[in-house]
Design a protein around this ligand. Structure first.
Ligand code: MRU
Length: 340
């Protein structure tokens, strides 16, 4: 089997110097179409509309949106207005701390080195993310017993579609498969936006790694039937006490993993760690449109006017997380505090 784990087959973003090309993730797996954006405002809309998604990829899109804002004739000679635009970009998706960290870096670069430094800074964020993906996979493998076959559960999409490299949680799984190990991946559908069925299943297919799709609600039954080696998920924000915001449903998976004594790992770069917040209660959780639940492809699947609870993320308490796999090594909650 010839596995291609790199981003030369899956590129969620491509900066051209005058535009940002974004693979429209809303259309996957049916169509692979890139949309081209030249204005920061359009990229803000694209992030909100989930044309690009996944914490590290959102950070990268934000950094390149800053570069394009700095080319806008109305903004480029007015630093205050440009910084205001950077702040607007930062608000596009509030839960993933990678976005605000990327924008803070762009602001610092602008202030310290000027307009011409921005593209170099965005490029550096991209390259660092690619390297961090690789390191997380290398460290992650040290946690696994030496076996001929592994069975994992993963949630949402944390692969190349969500990062500059092979991915975080999914990157680790892909990396292991690349070591000629037999890997069976159970991917949750990830309701309601279906990042699991539309994106993770597509990405694993593309890498020729076997994947079994299941409804989110099948997890307890699966865990009771199969010998699952580990659950690997990503993160949008990990705070000082280890509480972790990630795709809605992650908390349920962590509780089930505890019940079935399955290791539950969060795989995330240090750019997803926010030590300025002491507990998960302080994390802003993005609420999404009710139509994500009440409609399917434009067809009504719930009564009109129904009240909807549709948080995009939940908070998994740090004590349910076996370990954090980062590019700086395997961390527990105590070590997390010393990382940045
Ligand atoms: O709403 P999304 O699709 O942006 O949510 C993505 C997730 O929750 C991922 O698990 C997280 O961003 C990590 S991606 C490496």
């Amino acid at each position: 089997m010839n596995l291609n784990l790199n981003n030369n087959i899956i590129k969620p973003l491509e900066y051209t110097g005058y535009s940002l090309k974004i693979l429209d993730q809303r259309l996957l797996p049916s169509q692979e179409i890139y949309l081209e954006f030249t204005e920061a405002d359009e990229i803000i809309k694209a992030m909100k509309a989930m044309i690009v998604r996944g914490a590290p990829a959102i950070g990268l899109a934000g950094a390149w949106a800053c570069c394009l804002a700095a080319k806008n004739p109305e903004l480029k000679d007015n630093e205050n207005q440009l910084i205001e635009k950077f702040e607007e970009i930062k608000e596009a998706r509030p839960t993933a701390v990678n976005l605000s960290k990327a924008i803070e870096r762009m602001k610092l670069s602008l202030k310290e080195k000027g307009l011409n430094s921005l593209e170099e800074e965005a490029e550096a964020i991209f390259n660092e993310d690619q390297e961090m993906c690789q390191m997380m996979a290398v460290y992650g493998l040290t946690l696994l017993p030496n076996k001929s076959e592994y069975k994992f559960i993963t949630h949402c999409n944390t692969g190349s579609l969500a990062t500059a490299g092979i991915g975080t949680a999914l990157g680790l799984i892909k990396f292991l498969a690349g070591q000629k190990k037999k890997v069976k991946v159970f991917a949750t559908e990830t309701r309601p936006y279906l990042q699991g069925s539309r994106l993770t299943a597509w990405e694993l297919n593309k890498c020729q790694i076997p994947v079994t799709l299941m409804p989110d609600s099948a997890t307890a039954y699966l865990m009771s039937k199969e010998n699952i080696d580990a659950v690997f998920v990503g993160a949008d924000r990990i705070v000082a006490n280890g509480d972790t915001a990630n795709k809605i449903g992650t908390y349920t998976l962590a509780l089930l993993a505890r019940e079935f004594k399955i290791p539950f790992y969060v795989v995330a770069p240090s750019t997803s760690i926010d030590l300025s917040l002491s507990s998960g209660a302080e994390i802003e959780i993005e609420q999404r449109e009710s139509s994500e639940l009440t409609e399917f492809n434009g067809l009504k699947i719930a009564p009109s006017g129904i009240e909807v609870f549709n948080p995009s993320f939940d908070i998994t308490p740090g004590n349910l997380i076996t370990a954090f796999i980062t590019e700086k090594g395997i961390l527990n909650i105590e070590k997390l505090k010393n990382i940045l």
